[in-house]
Design a protein around this ligand. Structure first.
Ligand SMILES: Cc1ncc(COP(=O)(O)O)c(C=O)c1O
Length: 406
């Protein structure tokens, strides 16, 4: 059996494609395209690889899955069952994490806007840490913690210094003295951790190094003010597991360790918040060619409304109906939104013959497609979760109506 898209759970034997142990043909017989497939075993394997690689470099590593990568309950349940925590940005995600049974000390919460309701529910449930992107949020958290007579641990998100980044705190002399005064006044908070999330799809070790240098320089600034921080959080940003296979992940983990030592960063615990690495290559669309133009443009029955550019997926396209034919002819691929902007790929290597009705696999769509999807007036596709030979419908637009969480 040959592997497709570098993913051991998408295979072909002659003309036949298998998604885990399920024959592709069975799925297209039963389900109309487009359909989004998620592969449970790949999610579990990615989680295990990540934990295995990083725990062989660091004793005190903890992982918090970034819910925003894919917030479907069935997916978050899989993550939970692997012992991973939750990184949450808003109230609906927090409610979901609590409902699914994530323990309070495995939930960290933060975002550019922390509503009163979000802070209140977080504090009531004694979440592990609240992450602030702005020092003014400290007062809000402190007063709510006071009301509940408890002390809330805080992580400060600093600006990663990546060009143009607007997120996180940019400490300067004035801001750091304001921060010091604030934490003196706020008796119901305790500064525990520092976070810098650099970017998405980080393929270059330099990006990880830059992130660590930013953390190191901020830790120095803080310690000059006698503010000592226990834990560091390097965020997420790892590419899909097929794009960064185990050996490359291992090299990255080693480089992270070396850079931390070079920068003299001391810490009790190290945290990561991966999203894409766990989910990205565990998802794929089955779509169909609905139109072929003379100039080697094909149109699929998916588009940027469900496979959005914003999701920054490493999309790969395979003509499943001609899987044995060479994919070496430049083809451009458009979606079905009626705008010229709905381009999925340009000059992509595809089969010579372009046939209306051919089924196309679009891989690496497990992370952020749902999050960034929009309500262009097409029906959202069904979502299937495959484990071994079992196919489970985890989203059916006829029953569930809307993908959003409330
Ligand atoms: C603070 C933070 N942590 C974690 C993540 C997850 O990133 P990824 O899915 O690239 O691992 C993001 C994504 O934007 C983020 O902003």
């Amino acid at each position: 059996m040959k592997i497709i898209s570098g993913n051991p759970f998408i295979k072909r034997e002659n003309e036949k494609i298998f998604l885990d142990s399920v024959a592709f043909n069975e799925i297209v017989k039963q389900y109309k395209t487009p359909v989004l497939i998620l592969l449970e075993k790949r999610i579990r394997e990615n989680i295990k690889t990540f934990i295995d690689v990083f725990s062989s470099e660091f004793k005190n590593i903890q992982c918090f899955y970034s819910f925003k990568a894919n917030f479907l309950s069935e997916i978050c349940k899989i993550v939970l069952s692997e012992g991973i925590g939750a990184e949450i940005v808003g109230l609906p995600e927090l409610k979901l994490a609590l409902k699914l049974g994530f323990l309070h000390d495995k939930i960290i919460i933060g975002g550019p806007y922390l509503s009163k309701e979000l802070i209140e529910l977080s504090i009531k449930n004694q979440v592990k840490e609240m992450i602030i992107y702005d020092i003014d949020d400290l007062k809000k958290i402190n007063s709510i913690a006071q009301k509940y007579n408890c002390i809330q641990d805080i992580c400060i998100r600093i600006n990663s210094q990546k060009y143009n980044s607007k997120l996180g705190i940019n400490f300067n002399e004035k801001k750091i003295s304001k921060f010091r005064n604030l934490i003196k006044d706020c008796q119901n908070i305790r500064i525990k951790s520092i976070l810098s999330h650099y970017s998405t799809q980080m393929n270059d070790i330099k990006q990880f190094r830059n992130n660590i240098r930013t953390i190191a320089s901020n830790l120095n600034l803080l310690s000059e003010q006698d503010i000592n921080i226990d834990n560091i959080n390097l965020g997420g940003g790892f590419p899909e597991a097929t794009v960064m296979p185990r050996e490359q992940l291992r090299k990255t983990a080693k480089e992270i360790k070396i850079t931390l030592a070079e920068c003299d960063v001391n810490f009790k615990n190290i945290y990561f918040e991966p999203g894409r690495y766990f989910l990205g290559d565990a998802g794929l669309f089955i779509s169909k060619i609905v139109k072929v133009n003379d100039n080697r443009w094909i149109f699929l029955n998916i588009g940027n409304h469900i496979c959005p550019k914003f999701a920054r997926c490493s999309l790969r396209f395979y003509n499943a109906s001609q899987i044995n034919n060479p994919h070496k002819y430049k083809t451009s691929i458009a979606g079905i939104i009626p705008t010229d902007q709905d381009v999925l790929a340009k000059d992509y290597f595809f089969t010579e013959e372009l046939v209306k009705g051919d089924k196309v696999l679009v891989t690496n769509t497990g992370a952020y497609c749902l999050t960034f999807s929009n309500r262009f007036p097409y029906r959202f596709p069904k979502i299937l979760l495959i484990n071994n030979n079992i196919v489970k419908e985890v989203f059916n637009p006829n029953i569930d109506k809307d993908i959003a969480i409330y």
